[in-house]
Design a protein around this ligand. Structure first.
Ligand SMILES: [Zn+2]
Length: 227
């Protein structure tokens, strides 16, 4: 926790230096980070080796990340802030496809947005672990953010993680159809008992949210440097 607090202080200082005075209230043309807690409601996502449910872990990390961003005056919205799927009962068709489409529409509704979808990985073999970041090939800025995220997970939280970022295929609807920068963060494998236990711990989830937050701050700084 001390480490997280130190990182946060440093990042906030860095950010304040970069942003100067900002008019809060309307996001205007500023980049809005759309934080998407994967699954929800009847769609629980993966079940962990210890019985944890993916949708709950995703939401907790998303809420913490959202609070960190807003506390730093970084424009952010959540696709869901409770245990729900995003669909309308009166509209025919599959709930899951409506749900995904609605999540993407939230990102598309902003002039400048970056979609960050938060998930937990699961695999039949229990040996695999470590965060894995995917990016949409439709916008190169997504790849840039994915790289920062993957590196930060390794540096701050998982020194032994050797995973490389991966381009999303059509199997990941949100990234495949994204019109703006988009990444999907698999925060860890809940099919691995050790990682499932870590991810069930609130302090660890706060650290995961802090890693993602630190990556976003670096991304914002890099984007400014380019412009
Ligand atoms: Zn998932």
């Amino acid at each position: 926790m001390i480490l997280s607090a130190l990182i946060l202080n440093e990042l906030n200082r860095q950010l304040q230096k970069d942003t100067g005075t900002q008019v809060s209230g309307s996001f205007g043309e500023r980049t809005v980070f759309v934080i998407d807690a994967g699954h929800g409601g009847e769609d629980g996502g993966a079940i962990g080796a210890n019985g944890c449910i993916e949708k709950e872990l995703n939401l907790d990390i998303a809420l913490t990340l959202y609070d960190l961003l807003r506390a730093s005056d970084i424009p952010a919205v959540l696709t869901r802030d409770e245990d729900i799927m995003l669909y309308d009962e009166s509209i025919p068709g599959k709930k899951k496809s409506q749900d995904l489409k609605n999540r993407l529409e939230i990102a598309d509704s902003f002039e400048n947005s970056v979609l960050i979808s938060i998930h937990m990985n699961s695999y039949p073999s229990p040996k695999y672990k470590g965060a894995q970041v995917y990016y949409s090939v439709n916008d190169q800025s997504g790849k840039q953010l994915a790289k920062i995220l993957q590196d930060d997970f390794k540096e701050i939280l998982q020194n032994e993680n050797t995973r490389q970022i991966k381009p999303a295929t059509s199997a990941i609807y949100l990234l495949h159809n994204a019109k703006k920068p988009a990444v999907l963060v698999e925060c860890g494998f809940i099919s691995n008992i050790e990682e499932a236990e870590l991810l069930c711990n609130g302090n660890y989830r706060n650290k995961v949210a802090t890693v993602i937050y630190s990556s976003i701050v670096k991304y914002i700084t890099e984007q400014r440097t380019v412009k």
